[in-house]
Design a protein around this ligand. Structure first.
Ligand code: SF4
Length: 345
């Protein structure tokens, strides 16, 4: 083994033949063994007990950690949600969350960027601005860190920090790796990409025919209010968004979700319900109602039970299909829109 060999930051994202070259292994079956151990989320070469002891020691010396990132904080709340803060190789910090639902199904909520440039006014991550895009291996490693906590994590949502469509190539690369049946084997229908409405990304997703689920953060079907709440609406107003979604549905042939963050006194009156009903006309969608998750630095209010009930009554009358999301991870700032790690400049 070449002592001077420059090691990669991470082996995650690599196929066995790439691992073979990266580690300078002599036998291809050993690269396959390393790959399988990576999928089992081991932390170092020493644990790869089917490799010769000498080789393990050499590899361990060259690459003491199999991941480029380190968990620096872990918090769990009473709903069972665990938020991890992860330090990346350049000391930037990103967050991801493990969510457990009523059926004990475990979902990894992953980040695609450190911070976010989209500036949605109801979201803590938006207050950070964009620090940088994540590389595919950094996205995969979030999943690895969560899997070490819960090996039965079976679903993935890109609803953490960042706008996945603004880091499209790396997100797609990570998804393909996480989907690989020889690897983590997460079925495409168990993976959801959530966007604030970046039209080119929605169209690209339709084009490449990646059969993951799509969720779009709508928040309001009032163009003026949406521009006020979500700057993305200036570039891609509701008409453009709807045209893209119709195109997506035509090509992908799939129902998608519209996320509707409920902000008290803003988007929960009967007029808002009517506009929503009009917006979804002609599309096969499910509206996901999410009462706003509080963030101390933001000035919005969460609607109370009465306000939510009045809005859902309107939706019922208008025949709008909806589900109500019960927030998990709020008390550790791990719920939707609450991620915002402090980052060195
Ligand atoms: S809601 Fe999503 S797209 Fe909007 S600022 Fe937050 S992370 Fe970015």
């Amino acid at each position: 083994m070449d002592e001077q060999k420059k090691m990669p930051k991470s082996l995650y994202g690599m196929k066995p033949n790439e691992i073979l070259g990266a580690l300078g292994l002599e036998k291809s079956y050993q690269a396959k063994q390393v790959h399988q151990w990576l999928i089992r989320c081991v932390t170092d070469f020493e644990q790869m007990t089917d490799l010769p002891k000498m080789l393990r020691a050499d590899l361990d010396h060259l690459m003491p950690s199999l991941t480029s990132s380190t968990v620096i904080d872990s918090r769990t709340d009473s709903s069972g949600a665990t938020k991890l803060a992860i330090r990346l190789h350049d000391a930037k910090v990103v967050e991801c969350v493990l969510l457990t639902d009523k059926e004990e199904r475990k979902t990894a909520c992953l980040s695609s960027q450190v911070g976010c440039a989209m500036g949605c006014s109801f979201c803590r991550t938006g207050t950070m601005g964009l620090v940088r895009d994540l590389q595919a291996f950094e996205i995969i490693e979030q999943f690895v860190h969560l899997r070490r906590i819960a090996p039965d994590t079976s679903h993935i949502v890109f609803m953490g920090m960042g706008e996945p469509m603004a880091n499209f190539a790396e997100v797609v690369q990570a998804i393909k790796y996480l989907h690989d049946p020889q690897g983590f084997n997460i079925g495409f229908p168990r993976i959801t990409i959530s966007t604030c409405g970046l039209v080119p990304g929605i169209l690209k997703l339709a084009e490449i025919n990646l059969p993951v689920k799509l969720a779009v953060s709508l928040v309001t079907a009032d163009n003026g209010l949406r521009t006020h709440l979500m700057p993305v609406n200036k570039a891609y107003p509701l008409d453009d968004l709807k045209t893209a979604l119709l195109r997506y549905q035509h090509v992908a042939g799939k129902r998608f979700t519209l996320e509707y963050v409920m902000l008290s006194g803003q988007n929960t009156d009967s007029d808002s319900a009517r506009r929503l009903a009009q917006f979804i006309r002609g599309m096969d969608v499910m509206v996901n109602l999410i009462p706003w998750n509080p963030a101390s630095e933001l000035d919005w209010q969460t609607p109370d039970a009465k306000e939510i009930a009045a809005f859902t009554r309107e939706l019922d009358l208008l025949g709008v299909p909806y589900t109500r999301r019960f927030s998990r991870g709020r008390s550790v700032n791990g719920a939707c829109g609450q991620l915002a790690a402090a980052n060195p400049q």
